[in-house]
Design a protein around this ligand. Structure first.
Ligand code: ADP
Ligand code: MG
Length: 709
């Protein structure tokens, strides 16, 4: 017997696992006891109850205790080992035929006269109740354990002998855990290994990491999540682990927030002259939500610490104008303001847009991208004077130190979800501590905002401009193009413009999906008298710019494109979006694409083309899209359909190793974890107390990875 296993005991040291199995476990990333136990069951099978044998139906799952009347090899079309069994205490005398194919070791384990607990699916063959390869355990047999050990060549099987001397039920007669398969290890053996490890855990083990829920002992929960007596028990246990895990997330975020809040920043005096000039010149008034956000940002910029703020709002809610107002506030107080966009197209669009909006002012707008810089005097050495009020728009190029504008007072990052946390960090941590405003249109479930952006203050634009025409979204089979073409003609005659989006740039032999270049040819044939343009990521930057400019000033009727138009592109006169092979796109991506229309007063139409039928994969998201325009609802659906990793991308998520995705959107859990984290930092901001040592380690680890400034 071992003195007791510790969480960090290597699997190699467990006497009851063969070296081969150890290797298989290790190649699946399971090296220690804790790693083994942290892999929770995927699901459970209730193998407790079953009907009496004589009432069993074909294909029913059964778990019964039986006596073996006879055992031996059989030959029919195949060789198999068979045991004829009857239920213990069965008055009806019903016989069960247990058959094991390709499992010769079973013959060494079983003998006439034994009592077993078995589990498997019943089938009627020629009037006989049979079970193929049932799971089984030997009960009430003193010798069983010894025989098992003897038979377990290479450690294939282990006895499950309890202290009472009888066999414990691990695989039958209980709620049985089902784990995700580990290559090379039979499900039954894996389960036995977990069982043994739990049996042999030392008592009074410490809890790994910081424990938020000590009322429910951690290691008890560990036992109950693997081998629950009732299904409710495993739920409770999972919730308990999830809470610890959420706490860890929230703590790291709260720590970052605390550190950021202590960053000294610049004081931006409130000089709203430029902003007011802009607002007066606009043909519309800002929404209440936009005004509120501007006010929140203004107050934050005026404060002596660095602003770290998220501006969140659904596509088309008017974030750009809010950001522009913030930039004008910075410019008004004599600073430079910069906006970082994820794509060249978007940077150029902002640039043109700002030039137009600010044409009547003396604010100078510059563009700085990898292959475009209209202003060489942009980067000034320290000490050099430049009194021109200046706004700079750019792409990643702006991130590099040597390109970073001097006298930077405000940095805006548009479409933050297209960048990683680290890139945001580069701006935040730059020498002059500029105020930072990040914008994102990808709505995420609100609880996740706490996790992903919990270190930032948040302003939300929760209201759409009033002048918007509605968007109707429909799903159509591409076979019915005739009516769609007629409709497109009608709308173009009325002066509207159209987007046509395809998943591929060029035709591909391997992927049978529509391509932008293919569509270009096709639509030029359909509408020979119309002007059709092409836009995709592989075009040269100046080509892209020319096409985009052409489309936005009405020089093109139709823009055939790939998803390069997904983010930010703003042409209010375009009111139809045709999406080819719509089922191949992600839900949030489709929502973003659709956000390109419905930006003006015209009624807009999003036409999803797809052949998927009801009930088929990929259909669900299309139905969601037709049903709602609400970005938050769509985000939640997207999470349910794909999980957070896929939705957010790993670079963005920073979510680490969340095992408990199902809890990720559980608001109460996250809020509780968030409160606990804040309370600890309030009490012990330097984490000096001994019970906070593990938390200090955690944040030090983060800082080592450059995640905290
Ligand atoms: P997003 O939030 O998706 O970035 P934009 O900032 O691109 O949205 O704004 C979408 C469109 O709405 C732009 O053409 C913008 O000029 C316009 N817009 C912004 N605010 C208002 C408003 N209050 N009323 C009417 N139109 C507005
Ligand atoms: Mg935008």
């Amino acid at each position: 017997m071992y003195p007791g296993l510790q969480p960090d005991t290597p699997m190699r040291q467990l006497g009851f696992i063969s070296q081969r199995e150890v290797q298989f476990l290790e190649s699946s990333g399971i090296r220690t006891v804790l790693q083994l136990l942290s892999r929770l069951p995927r699901r459970y099978e209730d193998r407790r109850k079953s009907a009496p044998l004589h009432m069993l139906q074909n294909d029913e799952m059964v778990c019964v205790r039986v006596h073996l009347y006879h055992c031996g090899w059989r030959y029919s079309y195949k060789r198999y080992f068979e045991a004829v069994a009857g239920e213990l205490d069965d008055l009806h005398g019903t016989r069960l035929y247990l058959r094991w194919f390709n499992m010769p070791y079973v013959s060494k384990l079983l003998a006439t006269g034994m009592n077993l607990s078995i589990y498997g699916k019943v089938r009627l063959y020629g009037g006989k109740l049979t079970l193929s390869n049932p799971d089984f355990e030997i009960i009430d047999d003193e010798d069983a354990g010894r025989r098992l050990v003897e038979a377990a060549m290479g450690g294939t099987l282990m006895p499950q002998v309890t202290e009472q001397g009888g066999a414990a039920s691990v695989h039958t007669g209980r709620i049985v855990p089902i784990y995700k398969n580990v290559n090379g290890i039979a499900a039954r053996n894996y389960r036995s290994i977990v069982w043994h490890v739990l049996q042999q855990l030392a008592t009074d083990l410490p809890v790994p990491g910081y424990d938020v829920a000590p009322a429910y002992p951690y290691w008890q929960a560990m036992r109950e999540v693997h081998f629950p007596a009732e299904l409710e028990q495993q739920k409770k246990a999972r919730l308990r682990f999830a809470l610890n895990e959420c706490f860890e997330q929230q703590f790291r975020v709260a720590w970052r927030r605390m550190r950021l809040q202590n960053n000294p920043g610049q004081v931006t005096a409130s000089c709203p002259a430029y902003m007011e000039e802009l607002l007066q010149a606009l043909p519309f008034t800002l929404t209440r939500a936009q005004l509120r956000c501007i006010e929140e940002i203004r107050a934050d910029m005026a404060a002596p610490r660095q602003m770290n703020r998220l501006l969140q709002g659904d596509v088309g809610s008017g974030k750009t104008l809010v950001a522009l107002c913030a930039m004008l506030l910075a410019v008004g107080s004599g600073k430079v303001a910069a906006m970082l966009a994820p794509t060249q197209i978007l940077a150029e669009q902002h640039y043109r847009n700002f030039c137009r909006l600010l044409a009547h002012t003396d604010v100078k707008v510059s563009l700085r991208t990898a292959d475009h810089s209209d202003d060489t005097g942009l980067v000034l050495d320290a000490g050099e004077q430049d009194s021109t009020p200046r706004i700079i728009v750019g792409t990643h190029a702006l991130l590099y130190k040597k390109h970073r504008p001097h006298n930077l007072g405000l940095a805006v990052i548009d479409e933050q979800h297209k960048f990683g946390v680290e890139q945001r960090e580069q701006f935040i941590a730059s020498g002059e501590n500029p105020d930072v405003l990040v914008m994102t249109a990808t709505p995420i479930p609100r609880t996740l905002t706490l996790t992903l952006y919990g270190d930032l203050e948040v302003s939300i634009i929760d209201e759409m401009p009033a002048n918007r025409g509605s968007i109707t979204t429909v799903l159509r089979n591409p076979a019915n193009m005739k009516r769609i073409v007629a409709f497109m003609t009608e709308q173009m005659d009325a002066g509207r413009q159209i987007y046509i989006v395809s998943p591929l740039v060029e035709e591909s032999e391997t992927r049978k999906q529509s391509s932008a270049t293919g569509e270009l040819t096709r639509w030029k044939e359909v509408f020979p008298q119309r002007r059709v343009g092409l836009l995709h990521g592989r075009m040269a930057a100046d080509e892209k710019e020319a096409v985009m400019k052409d489309f936005s000033c009405g020089g093109l009727d139709i823009l055939v494109a790939t998803t390069v138009v997904e983010v930010g592109v703003d042409v209010p006169n375009a009111n139809i979006m045709l999406i080819n092979d719509a089922d191949t796109f992600g839900l949030s991506q489709l929502h973003q694409l659709r956000g390109r229309i419905g930006r003006g007063e015209h009624k807009s139409y999003c036409i999803l083309l797809s052949k998927v039928k009801a009930g088929e994969a990929g259909r669900n998201k299309l139905d969601v899209l037709c049903r709602t325009l609400n970005g938050f609802e769509i985000a939640e659906q997207d999470f349910l359909l794909r999980g957070p990793g896929d939705v957010l991308g790993t670079a963005q998520s920073g979510l680490g190793t969340i095992e408990f995705t199902e809890w990720l959107t559980d608001a109460r859990l996250i809020h509780r974890a968030n409160r606990e984290a804040k309370a600890i930092l309030q009490d012990d901001p330097a984490l000096n107390r001994p019970e906070h040592a593990c938390l200090r380690e955690l944040v030090q680890y983060d800082e080592g990875r450059g995640l905290t400034s």
